[in-house]
Design a protein around this ligand. Structure first.
Ligand code: ADP
Length: 337
């Protein structure tokens, strides 16, 4: 994963390359600038976590990659193929390789269809024979820990949240995808079920050799599963890099404030400063310069005027801030774009 220019954080060929992604939602009160120029790479086999407060554009980014949103601008390359302008037939074909798991498991399943039909759905579209489909459904249901005999004919409303999310994961995996985008996959589940579901995703990631984009507002959950993490604020990336570095030595004041606002077991960034002040500004009219300046505890004049560009603060860690923090502590005067 990398964000500035064409650099790769870990080297090698990216499975997914997103550049300058812009997504907007026109509305009665104006245009919501949901994602405003986001760039990142995801390498094969890695898990990229995307974090940030609700409304910062995480879901929109994930959905745009799957071409569920119309892009205003930007490019999306998947396995070397530009898909930002792919036609509907190509997008349908790509869905076999790129699957998504959503936050609300019950709502994401067709209420009138039995579990086995839901899991087989994509295979029907793919033209697989009935007997083969049934065998495949039984296999993936077993892999997500649901006994096929017991669950095959059950309807979504008869499932618990955790079971429904297992069905949604089985449906995604039935097609043997390469990339799995998980959008808040455990935040609607009981705490007792969250860890089990995360473990399941980890196990299946290894078994299927999946590349995962894992979106969540819960910083602890994202740290537990991510190799790299990307922190978003108001439609832009403010920091990204190796997950341990970003969590233990946050360089962006926003990342540090986010980490300060939740007690994180095992967090070593060691700063006890002011948490986030004020509300998130409206995405209809984001602040000039750095979008975070209105809430930033270390802001200076320049921040409201000049938009900071992404730059490397240390190996495997990038930040878009004029005054990044040194080892999560005091701001370092810096000259940047
Ligand atoms: P997150 O996943 O980080 O919570 P989203 O990507 O869902 O953020 O939303 C980004 C911004 O876009 C928010 O201001 C949200 O209200 C707005 N938004 C999301 N979906 C729509 C939509 N379908 N129509 C209009 N605005 C939307």
């Amino acid at each position: 994963m990398a964000g500035s220019g064409e650099a790769h954080l870990r080297g090698g060929e990216a499975l997914l390359t997103v550049r300058d992604l812009v997504v907007e939602y026109p509305g009665e009160k104006g245009t919501v600038q949901a994602v405003s120029g986001v760039s990142f790479d995801v390498l094969p086999g890695e898990t990229l976590g995307i974090v940030g407060e609700s409304g910062c554009g995480k879901s929109t980014t994930g959905r745009a990659v799957l071409r569920l949103n119309r892009l205003v601008r930007g490019t999306i390359e998947f396995k070397g193929e530009h898909i930002e302008n792919a036609n509907p037939a190509r997008v349908r074909a790509l869905r076999r390789e790129m699957q998504m798991v959503f936050q609300d498991p019950v709502a994401s399943l067709n209420p009138r269809r039995a579990v086995k039909d839901i899991v087989e759905e994509g295979l029907v579209i793919g033209g697989m024979a009935a007997a083969e489909r049934a065998a495949r459904a039984a296999t993936v249901l077993a892999q997500v820990g649901l006994d096929e005999e017991r669950f095959a004919d059950v309807l979504p409303r008869q499932l618990s949240g955790g079971q429904a999310q297992r069905v949604a994961i089985a449906r995604a995996l039935a097609l043997n995808p390469t990339l799995l985008i998980c959008d808040e996959p455990v935040s609607a589940l009981d705490v007792s079920v969250q860890a089990k579901t995360l473990n399941l995703i980890e196990e299946l990631k290894a078994a299927y050799e999946l590349t995962v984009v894992f979106i969540a507002h819960d910083l602890g959950v994202v740290r537990a599963v991510s190799d790299d993490v990307l922190v978003m604020y108001l439609g832009k990336i403010c920091e990204f890099g190796d997950s341990d570095l970003v969590y233990d030595r946050p360089a962006h004041p926003y990342t540090r404030a986010l980490l300060d606002s939740v007690p994180l077991i095992g967090s070593a960034h060691g700063f006890t400063g002011p948490a986030l002040e004020g509300d998130i500004p409206s995405p209809l009219a984001p602040p000039s310069g750095c979008r975070f300046w209105t809430r930033c505890p270390v802001r200076r004049e320049r921040c409201a005027v000049v938009e900071p560009q992404m730059r490397e603060v240390r190996e495997d860690q990038y930040v878009a801030c004029h005054f990044p923090l040194v080892d999560g502590g005091s701001p370092e005067p810096a000259v940047s774009g």
